[in-house]
Write a protein that binds this ligand. Structure first.
Ligand code: NAP
Length: 275
């Protein structure tokens, strides 16, 4: 059986880069996209690889329960027909409608952040975990954000209220998922649940006019390359990591930090309150 990664939210940005690097590294990938007719970049990445048949693309709208169930059914069928084993799942889909301040946001926009960034990824992971109880995946990775860290409060992030809340709720729920699987015992204890902060990554999501300077931006290529290494190394279920292996909130080491991470970034880090 061929080791297979499931990437949800693979049409652009970080999700698309996960698919590109995994195919390049020889894995099979099942990629979930909200809209199959708007997945041209993914089609292109697939067609550029040696062995494009290693990439299966299916529809998955993370805000729609029926769509999530349909995706899980397609994953089950694809693994059966092609002799694949889902070893890793990455829940990457997310939105950031900027600004999303607590003092201004509408009920509908707050709900959309929670449906997309919290409820959808958790329910999707739950349905994918249920597919093969005898041999569950090794790693389920949620692409979170340090905006939702429960140990640091980023009060400098004006306009990130609903986004930060949705990622904080995601982090809490995935820790419960990890604890529940551990309590179930047996083969479930072999599944590790991880949360990852991908860094400040140059994608469509980051292409917004923020009220503060962002330092230390990295490419999707660097973010995913580093995250794949961290995912392969980290084994503590329910844990939360940055793309470079740090715990969110931990000071970057000078050697590891990027050239563009100036002393200004370190100053910003020092000025934060850590609880
Ligand atoms: N970029 C950063 O600096 C940064 C920092 C911290 C965390 N993150 C997190 O990293 C993840 C990826 O972000 P990105 O920077 O790559 O953003 P992006 O370029 O805006 O891409 C977002 C991806 O999520 C998909 N998506 C959104 N809503 C969806 C839905 N309802 N169903 C299925 N797919 C959906 C999008 O699909 P469509 O093409 O259909 O819209 C797209 O593929 C997100 O969870 C984000 O919160 C990013």
């Amino acid at each position: 059986m061929s080791d297979t990664w499931v990437i949800v939210g693979a049409s652009r940005g970080i999700g698309l880069e996960f698919v590109r690097q995994l195919l390049h590294n020889g894995f099979h990938v099942i990629a979930g996209v909200r809209n199959l007719s708007k997945a041209e970049k993914l089609d292109e990445v697939k067609s550029q690889q040696a062995g494009p048949e290693r990439c299966i693309i299916e529809q998955c709208d993370i805000t729609d329960e029926q769509s999530i169930q349909g995706f899980a059914d397609k994953v089950k069928e694809a693994t059966r027909v092609n002799g694949l084993k889902v070893t890793n799942i990455v829940l990457n889909a997310g939105i950031l409608h900027y600004p999303n301040r607590a003092t201004e946001i509408s009920f509908a926009d707050f709900a959309l952040h929670l449906h997309t960034n919290t409820i959808g990824p958790i329910i999707c992971a739950q349905k994918l975990l249920d597919l093969n109880p005898d041999s569950p995946p090794s790693k389920v990775v949620f692409i979170s954000s340090d905006s939702g860290s429960t140990t640091i409060f980023r009060d400098d992030e004006d306009g990130f209220g609903a986004y930060g809340a949705s990622k904080a709720a995601l982090n809490q729920m995935l820790r419960h998922m990890a604890a529940e699987l551990t309590r179930k015992g047996g083969q479930w204890t072999r599944t590790r649940i991880l949360a990852m902060h991908p860094g400040e990554v140059e994608t469509d999501m980051a292409n917004i006019d923020l009220g503060w300077e962002v330092h230390g931006s990295i490419s999707a290529e660097e973010s995913v390359r580093c995250m794949l290494k961290v995912i392969s190394e980290k084994d503590e279920t329910g844990s939360f990591w940055c793309w470079d292996g740090r715990v969110p909130g931990q000071m970057p080491s000078i050697e590891k930090s990027h050239e563009s991470m100036t002393s200004k970034l370190i100053g910003r880090w020092k000025s934060r309150e850590f609880k």
